[in-house]
Ligand binder design. Structure first.
Ligand code: ADP
Length: 460
């Protein structure tokens, strides 16, 4: 049947031309689609190759056109592969000014900072503020020791370590830096000086357990305190103690770094290996100081009050015995031991006298004290081991902190007044520069004799 409209040959030719035109358009469209598909395939292959070169796994399901990923259209399948990496931007905030605190009274000027009691204006909270002494920086920069103090305190969040609230700065242009800490009413040194009687044995146990747990925490976190002493142990009126003053602290590793500063730890609490000039030491230096604190808590008096390094060593040998190659292998090779003339073993009547010095202490207590005061650092117990010692299990049991007596706070009033005692060594100073007798010069050639309560240490 012919078309109603194609009546003529002309009409039929026109009809055919249109049909051919339509067919050509269809062919061109198909051709274009084929080319587009081909290109898409090539792109996908190239992407896969790039991904492989860049170490990414080829994602077969990735669409040829990249889809914009927003929170709304992140696909739910292969969630892991498509998760965007997120980094928490550090919340940098400028330090607040010390002017937000009202200074109430001066507490103490220590070796590295002035400590005051203060009230935060906004909250009325009472805090302790320590102004760091920054003059140790030779190049005018921020001293690394001050940085360490802040870093170590920050890393030591523990029930028995003083809480560092924040670091604040002085008024414009002063460059002063202050540590804002929780305030505690006492330090054990000032407190003991005001007490008529020493702490009771049950109280000593509680204090030692708290100190031990703080030191255990530090050592577990690779921090050496290096200035443990009663004036750096703060106490509140709930019988809780907190370790303070991280001015000498530093991070260490295992094995401990070589060439550590020798001039650390306040003289009366300084271990024999430090006095003999070792430059590799470890957590045992802190455990020696814990032993000294233990002895001091029992009697209310610092245990080993040397006048200088040589005298300190004499007093140590008098109490703990004289080291031998058997009890402390290799000690003679320590720098300051080479020129030390010790009584020979045969006439060594100086065994440890810790037991007789503390006649009322239980056997377990005397044994713990003796092991903390081992001349050979590797014989001292770790803080963890100390906490497990039978001494703490025996009667009298450690007194609950809630039952501790309260004492009037010196820090809440006037400046704390203390009896004279040596300060922590000056950071960065060479040994002997702090008005104490220069141990190394004495040990080099000169004949010197230090008398210490019947014990004589000869130095040649
Ligand atoms: P330094 O590094 O100068 O020796 P410390 O940090 O040891 O300074 O502080 C010196 C003294 O200040 C301490 O012995 C203690 O009496 C007092 N003190 C330190 N921190 C506090 C505090 N948070 N609360 C109360 N008193 C403190």
């Amino acid at each position: 049947m012919t078309s109603r409209w194609a009546d003529t040959d002309e009409d039929a030719a026109e009809d055919a031309r249109r049909k051919a035109e339509k067919a050509e358009k269809k062919r061109l469209k198909a051709e274009k689609q084929r080319k587009a598909d081909e290109e898409a395939q090539q792109r996908a292959a190239a992407d896969a190759k790039n991904d492989a070169l860049n170490g990414h796994e080829y994602d077969h399901e990735r669409p040829s056109k990249r889809r914009r990923l927003s929170h709304d259209n992140i696909p739910t399948t292969h969630e892991e592969e498509r998760k965007l990496l997120r980094f928490d931007a550090p919340a940098w905030q400028p330090c607040r000014s010390v002017e937000r605190f009202d200074r109430l009274n001066h507490i103490e000027e220590g070796s590295y900072g002035f400590v005051s009691r203060a009230k935060e204006e906004a909250t009325g909270e009472i805090v302790a503020i320590k102004k760091l002494k920054l003059d140790a920086a030779r190049d005018g920069g921020f001293p690394v020791t001050a940085l360490r103090e802040i870093q170590c305190l920050r890393a030591s969040r523990h029930r028995h370590v003083v809480d560092l609230r924040e670091v604040v700065v002085g008024g414009s242009g002063t460059g002063d830096v202050y540590l804002v800490m929780e305030f505690l009413e006492h330090d054990l040194k000032t407190l003991q000086e005001d007490m008529d009687e020493p702490f009771l044995p049950s109280e000593v146990k509680t204090l030692l357990l708290q100190l031990g747990s703080a030191v255990e925490f530090l050592h577990d976190h690779w921090i050496l305190h290096r200035d443990l002493k009663t004036s750096n142990i703060l106490m509140n009126n709930q019988g809780e103690i907190k370790l303070a003053d991280f001015g000498m602290a530093r991070f260490c590793g295992d094995p401990a770094p070589v060439n550590l500063t020798q001039l650390v730890v306040t003289l009366w609490y300084r271990s024999p290996e430090l006095l003999l000039g070792t430059s590799t030491y470890d957590t045992a230096v802190d455990m020696w100081s814990v032993g000294c604190v233990f002895g001091e808590l029992l009697t209310k008096k610092p245990l080993l009050q040397g006048k200088n390094e040589v005298d300190q060593l004499s007093k140590i040998f008098e109490l703990c015995g004289i080291p031998t190659e058997d009890t402390w292998p290799g000690f003679k090779r320590l720098p300051n031991a080479r020129s030390l003339r010790l009584p020979s073993n045969s006439n060594n009547a100086h065994g440890p006298i810790v037991r007789s010095r503390f006649p009322t202490l239980t056997n377990a207590g005397a044994s713990l004290l003796s092991s903390l005061l081992s001349l050979n650092p590797s014989n001292r117990p770790s803080a963890k081991e100390m906490l497990q010692d039978p001494y703490f299990q025996q009667d009298p049991r450690p007194k609950p902190t809630a039952m501790f007596p309260t004492f009037p706070s010196k820090a809440g009033q006037e400046k704390r007044r203390r009896q004279a005692s040596p300060n922590a060594p000056i950071r960065g100073a060479a040994p002997g520069l702090q008005g104490e007798m220069d141990f190394s010069s004495i040990f080099n050639g000169r004949e010197e004799e230090e008398k210490g309560g019947g014990f004589q240490l000869k130095v040649v």
